[in-house]
Design a protein around this ligand. Structure first.
Ligand code: ASP
Length: 355
């Protein structure tokens, strides 16, 4: 495959000096950009201040800010939302997922780029990974610095995301997230720094690939079942069941667990200490709720590593689920989709091993 440079500056390689790249626009892939807000669309009053507001710049301004991306694809934009992703909610998720499926069903569309905030991009990406019904590339991107900042990272992230979405080899790899030159699988990435540009890591499953100024190298495909192989569908779904995450800590009691159930949670995810552990009191409350039919998953507040069944906790006896390699926020996404219909515990455990 030709590199971006070769494709965008053909005169360098043919020896013919042309004034502009000779690019037939109709040969370029069609990429639809769905904007949801975030810091990539954020603005501050000055270029060196920490305070700013997410979701200030519209999709047209975002596209206009990176004209270089039009050398890679024919771009069209839609504003799905314009919020800081700390405000991400079910309404936007359902709207976004439906729009992604509608757009990808059009034969003339080759892929999608979604701009999003970094705070919850791992949850939105993983949600889409489970409910999008297409092999075409879906690439989320974001930025740590607002569009007005000195050394804003958004424009290059956007350019690289378009390059990945426009690349045929990105098809069939599940939903991808491109930030700071790295291509992550939606099931693997997690935000690890509150402020650093190099915030996203895929600690357990590794990177899907890298992309530098549009130059792509893929290392491996998607890990975990996704998209066309996923058994989840949003057909007829208008709301998602409530699942709460409760963090384990020193001296934990069962009150937060009981309060979550009283508030209507159908499932609980524990961000456990170590290998999904918690105090005896916490575990007693969890097991009591599991006995009543609340689906209780043990995940971990530790940034990497699997949570295995029956290690220090007798999951078989207490009717609990081990999250395997899903962190609490992703375990919550999977559990919400799993709870859309009644399933035996063994089947829910299988989902955690397969997705
Ligand atoms: N709070 C912002 C958001 O998630 C942070 C960011 O985008 O980097 O929308």
């Amino acid at each position: 495959m030709k590199s971006v440079l070769q494709r965008s500056l053909p005169f360098l390689f043919t020896g013919v000096l042309l004034a502009a790249p000779s690019y037939a626009a109709d040969k370029l892939p069609n990429i639809v950009v769905l904007a949801t807000g975030g810091t990539i669309a954020g603005a501050a009053a000055s270029d060196v201040q920490a305070g700013y507001t997410s979701g200030q710049v519209g999709v047209d301004q975002l596209l206009a800010a990176v004209p270089q991306a039009r050398k890679l694809a024919v771009l069209s934009g839609e504003q799905v939302a314009n919020i800081g992703s700390q405000d991400m909610n079910d309404e936007v998720w359902l709207k976004l997922a439906r729009r992604v499926n509608e757009v990808l069903a059009k034969p003339e569309v080759d892929g999608i780029v979604i701009t999003h905030g970094t705070d919850t991009i791992e949850e939105t990406g993983y949600f889409l990974n489970l409910v999008v019904k297409s092999k075409k590339p879906v690439v989320l991107t974001a930025a740590m610095r607002p569009s007005t900042a000195l050394s804003a990272d958004g424009p290059l992230n956007f350019f690289n995301a378009v390059a990945v979405a426009a690349n045929k080899d990105a098809a069939g790899k599940g939903v991808l997230v491109v930030v700071n030159d790295w291509i992550h699988g939606a099931s693997s990435l997690t935000k690890t720094s509150t402020t650093a540009v190099q915030t996203f890591m895929s600690p357990l499953r590794g990177l899907v690939g890298t992309v530098a100024y549009g130059e792509i190298e893929f290392f491996h495909g998607a890990v975990g079942k996704n998209t066309v192989d996923s058994e989840f569908s949003l057909d007829g779904v208008t709301s998602l069941p409530r699942v709460d995450i409760i963090m384990a800590h020193e001296n934990m009691d069962g009150k937060m667990i009981d309060a979550a159930v009283a508030a209507g949670a159908k499932g609980i995810v524990i961000a456990g200490v170590g290998n999904g552990n918690m105090t005896k009191e916490g575990l007693d409350a969890l097991a009591a709720n599991a006995k009543k039919g609340i689906i209780c998953v043990r995940s971990s507040r530790v940034v990497t590593g699997r949570v295995g069944r029956n290690v220090e906790v007798d999951d078989d006896k207490l009717a609990l689920i081990a999250s395997d390699d899903l962190n609490p926020q992703k375990a919550r996404v999977l559990l919400r989709l799993a709870l859309l219909k009644p399933r035996p515990l063994a089947e829910i455990q299988r989902l955690f091993q397969e997705y």
